[in-house]
Ligand binder design. Structure first.
Ligand SMILES: Cc1cc2nc3c(=O)[nH]c(=O)nc-3n(C[C@H](O)[C@H](O)[C@H](O)COP(=O)(O)OP(=O)(O)OC[C@H]3O[C@@H](n4cnc5c(N)ncnc54)[C@H](O)[C@@H]3O)c2cc1C
Length: 486
């Protein structure tokens, strides 16, 4: 692969599109590592830079689904988040051992990310030769310009850049059959990450009002927890093909037998992997141990296994096995799991395993038609089916324009954008882009595991290194540790 146009060796005008964890931490790492003056512009369409969708201020009851010990924003400082938590008065009474295993409110994690952004980008106080600015707008297009490119914003303004980093995060959920005509319906919530809670106030539980949640994953869990927190007394129905909720985190055991030392996981293939998992799950079941240990043990190897899969194996895994993988892999805090189970035991919450056929307005309510099942009637129906995964059907205006211009291309599974191993985007013509890089959930087809902080913090650092070129980076690790200890 070759670069199509001249690549600027020392980029000084850097634009990051997207200000969630991925974009914010890429900008922060550039500021930490750069040895020369540069200017970073973070273009983000609304939320405070750092928080993104997951760590917004919306609801205090949302907890991280990863324990505090593994949520440092920096791969080179594994205890960074713990040290930050120890400065907060509400955790002062906890020992470090207790704090490490805590599932912290996501709002507080957002505070942590904002403090990092402030420290490195908003008031860096001479710690970096890099300056930063934040622009609140939507990036809608990028045009090549020799050298570099021009980023066009929704308000009509334009920004010139030597490098652009795409950190646009997850797609919103796909529309469902019939949902297009419900856009303005009072009972329809097409995007579960927008506020919907105030609509509960208008619903009369005495008339049998019910909430129907489409999906049973992490977003559905958020919604159920909020309904409980708000004292919702009506029924809650969830629908997904399998009807499974995420499992709870648990204390693992030593299981050195897995993965077998003599096995090269990069060449095991899908069938080999499934046989291996089945075999070891059976052993763990016999020992009355939780088979999810296997998923945890595979996690450090997931990207290697995925890169060894053929295109057909990747598609088969995503189509046939991902749902089961996800309930073991994306586990939730035990305290939240207990609340879900509690709602099921009282009969308030019912999970339906069914295919959704079509949604239909019925006065101020919505009928959810299910295959071979009675329809469900929702006074509020929330689409929590998870982010859309077909890249070429993206609803991002920016990504649509980049596809149209052949400046990006889908990866071979069409789950996201195609990148080279250093995160440089590969164009439709098969060339390395001279100015465009990408990270985050848009790399699902390339890495599979590319959604949570433990993977994204490494990506943010690698992207910063690629942008700066390894010769132009400095590792300020010792200095940074000192700064945070003070
Ligand atoms: C509800 C929820 C809970 C989660 N909980 C956890 C957890 O506990 N632990 C964990 O490790 N992971 C969790 N995750 C995974 C989470 O996706 C990652 O941790 C991380 O926050 C992803 O960050 P991101 O920056 O890639 O994407 P996002 O957070 O989606 O940020 C992308 C940002 O880019 C903006 N944007 C997009 N397009 C444009 C454009 N064209 N112009 C300008 N701005 C644009 C978006 O508005 C958004 O602010 C959770 C995810 C969700 C959705």
């Amino acid at each position: 692969m070759t670069a199509t146009t001249s690549e600027i060796a020392r980029p000084t005008r850097i634009i990051v599109v997207g200000g969630g964890f991925s974009g914010a931490l890429t900008a922060v790492n550039i500021a930490r590592l750069s040895e020369y003056p540069a200017h970073i512009t973070v273009v983000n369409d609304g939320r405070p830079v750092g928080r993104g969708v997951a760590y917004a201020l919306r609801r205090p009851e949302y907890l991280l689904n990863v324990a505090a010990r593994n949520m440092s924003a920096f791969p080179d400082e594994p205890d960074h988040f713990l040290h930050w938590l120890q400065t907060r008065s509400e955790f002062g009474s906890l020992s470090e051992i207790e704090l490490r295993e805590r599932f912290i409110p996501r709002q507080i994690y957002g505070d942590y990310l904002c403090s990092i952004v402030q420290h490195h980008l908003q008031s860096p106080g001479g710690r970096t030769p890099v300056s930063a600015e934040f622009v609140t707008s939507e990036a809608v297009d990028i045009e090549p310009r020799e050298p570099g490119c021009v980023v066009r914003l929704a308000d009509g303004s334009a920004l010139e850049a030597d490098r652009v980093i795409l950190a646009t995060g997850n797609e919103s959920p796909s529309p469902l059959p019939g949902s297009e005509s419900l856009a303005d319906h009072p009972a329809w919530v097409g995007n579960p990450w927008q506020p919907w809670e105030e609509r509960l106030a208008g619903l009369d539980v005495s008339t049998g009002a019910g909430v129907v949640i489409l999906g049973t994953g992490l977003t559905a869990v958020d919604i159920i927890i909020t309904l409980r927190t708000m004292g919702w007394l009506g029924s809650i129905h969830t629908v997904s093909r399998h009807g499974w909720f995420p499992h709870a985190h648990f204390r693992g055991i030593e299981y050195p037998e897995f993965p077998p030392e003599d096995l090269d996981l990069a060449t095991v293939g899908l069938d080999g992997l499934l046989d291996l998992i089945q075999h070891h799950c059976a052993i763990l079941n016999e020992r009355n141990e939780n088979p999810a240990i296997i998923v945890d043990k595979l996690r450090p190897h997931t990207q290697r296994i995925w890169s060894g899969f053929t295109r057909e194996e990747r598609l088969a895994f995503a189509g046939k096995h991902a749902a089961r993988w996800n309930v073991y892999r994306h586990r939730i805090a035990p305290v939240l799991h207990a609340q879900i189970t509690g709602s099921q035991l009282t009969g308030q919450l019912r999970a339906h395993a069914a295919n959704i056929e079509v949604l239909e307005a019925s006065r101020d309510r919505i009928l959810v038609h299910l295959q071979d099942r009675q329809p469900l009637l929702g006074h509020l129906v929330i689409n929590a089916t998870g982010p859309a995964t077909k890249f070429t059907a993206t609803r991002s205006v920016l990504l649509q324009n980049l596809l149209r211009r052949d400046l990006v291309a889908p990866d071979e599974t069409n789950m996201g954008v195609r990148v080279d191993s250093d995160h440089t985007v590969v164009t439709a013509g098969g060339d390395r882009s001279p100015w465009l890089l990408a990270l985050g959930p848009q790399l699902k087809g390339t890495y599979w595991e590319t959604i949570a902080v433990p993977e994204l913090r490494g990506q943010a650092r690698r992207v910063a290194e690629t942008v700066l070129g390894s010769a132009a980076t400095r590792d300020k690790h010792d200095q940074l540790v000192l700064e945070y200890m003070i």
